[in-house]
Design a protein around this ligand. Structure first.
Ligand code: PLP
Length: 427
């Protein structure tokens, strides 16, 4: 293996040895991810069997998309897996942001208030809510917004959450993954505690969880710890790298229906929406997702462990309990960040010969460098990394459809840092 890594991929023996040592140190963590994958694989398989998936479900519809058994049954499979009354799984949901928007705007009405008890949500939510003014925002429709930040130590500010809940509070939005924020991601036990606290104060408040990057990382999902509705993207975990587009919502029947009325039209809801041949990919991707997600998770833990050992700050660190697949590594210098991304790119199955460079990006005040060599454009369940060219020069990365590929990506990144003299591998 060492020889092959050197001749085929230019990975130095020193890098391989260093990584092998780390791998033996984290074997328990890797085993744990595999065991979770096995549990979740069985959960997915049981849902396929319960709904009697057959060849007819793998074909699709055109036109209005009436009576699309594949689509409707896939939604039952999602509902079984998430233990919800209903689900909406569609190629017409263009992204995670769109799914979250449907869940919120489908269920909020003028005069209602939305509250985030976990600080500022993901950037793309700013325009949905109206934190940044935007035509068509909830704010424009008379929905107000309130936010309670996490305390310094990352815990919930229960006192101010209690104060923030009022007669107008209709919905609460909770983001499971930290996304690009500095706070820790929220493991499901903590989300469960938060939801029961909120429901004690106001039982009929609708609790929505942004489940992006979280699916199949733990053995439970937010709907099993009290969430009324969840939303996510199919070009992240649950698409298994196979879904070419799409998003999902799962939850209480009336809430899912309201989201469907928003997606299509009042009166039409879930009854329409052609699947144009994607059913097969949605089923297959969901089937593969537990193992694919575990590959991404193992890659993240491995990266944290090697970079920690090299003296870089990693968030989360290699020992933390995980609830999503995002890993941040603070490379400390612009050269370090560029080298990291170069390594990830060089290991890709697509565009491996491309060298990433930092460039301006709309919405960012510094240049950004990105590495991705994906089959599905923008897919972040596939190994990918990006980072803004500013202190602390952190690379945010996620994905890895297979563990051998994820591992090679991290090894190549170390190789790049090593070649540029940015790290030393003695002893
Ligand atoms: C990815 C993500 C979203 C949605 O992003 P899209 O790019 O629109 O799919 C929302 N919240 C979090 C935490 C995410 O990671």
């Amino acid at each position: 293996m060492k020889e092959y890594l050197k001749t085929a991929f230019g990975v130095d023996d020193k890098v391989t040895s260093f990584c092998d040592d780390v791998l033996s140190e984290i074997s328990d963590r890797l085993k744990n991810a595999d065991e979770n994958a096995e549990y979740n694989q069985l959960k997915v398989l049981a849902a396929f069997q319960k709904e009697k998936i057959s060849a007819e479900h793998l074909t699709g519809s055109t036109g209005y998309g009436y009576d699309d058994a594949g689509r409707d049954t896939l939604e039952k499979v999602y509902a079984d897996i998430f233990e919800t009354e209903d689900a909406l799984v569609r190629p017409q949901i263009v992204s995670g942001t769109h799914a979250i928007n449907l869940a919120l705007s489908g269920n909020l009405r003028p005069g209602d208030e939305l509250m985030s008890p976990v600080g500022k949500p993901y950037d793309t939510m700013d325009e949905i809510i109206g934190i940044r003014d935007c035509s068509g925002s909830l704010k424009e429709y008379g929905v107000s917004y309130r936010q309670v930040d996490l305390l310094e130590d990352g815990t919930f500010d229960y006192e101010n959450i209690r104060k923030a809940i009022n007669e107008k509070t209709k919905m609460v939005t909770i983001q499971r993954s930290k996304g690009y924020a500095v706070r820790p991601s929220l493991i499901l036990d903590r989300i469960g505690e938060l939801i029961s606290f909120i429901k004690k104060i106001k039982p009929d408040v609708i609790c929505m969880v942004d489940n992006c990057y979280g699916e199949f990382v733990e053995r439970k999902e937010p709907t099993q710890v009290g969430a009324d509705i969840i939303a996510g993207s199919l070009i992240k975990n649950p698409g298994g790298g196979i879904a070419p587009c799409g998003g999902y919502i799962a939850g209480r029947k009336d809430l899912v229906e309201n989201a469907a009325y928003r997606l299509t039209s009042p009166g039409l809801g879930k009854e329409v929406g052609a699947t144009l041949g994607v059913n097969e990919k949605f089923y297959q991707g969901l089937f593969l997702s537990p193992v694919v997600t575990a590959s991404a998770l193992k890659t993240a833990v491995f990266a944290a462990a090697v970079y920690e050992k090299l003296g870089f700050e990693c968030v989360p660190d290699s020992r933390s309990e995980r609830t999503d697949i995002i890993q941040a590594v603070e490379l400390k210098t612009p050269e370090g960040l560029l080298a990291f991304c170069e390594g990830i790119q060089a290991a890709a199955p697509v565009d491996s010969y491309v060298r990433p460079v930092a460039d301006d990006m709309p919405g960012y005040d510094s240049k950004v460098v990105m590495a991705a060599g994906a089959f599905v454009q923008g897919s972040s369940i596939e190994l990918s990394a990006d980072g803004p060219m500013r202190e602390p020069y952190a690379a945010y990365f996620q994905g890895g459809l297979t563990w051998p590929h994820g591992k090679l990506g991290i090894m190549k990144s170390i190789q790049c840092l090593y070649e540029k003299g940015l790290i030393s591998l003695q002893g």
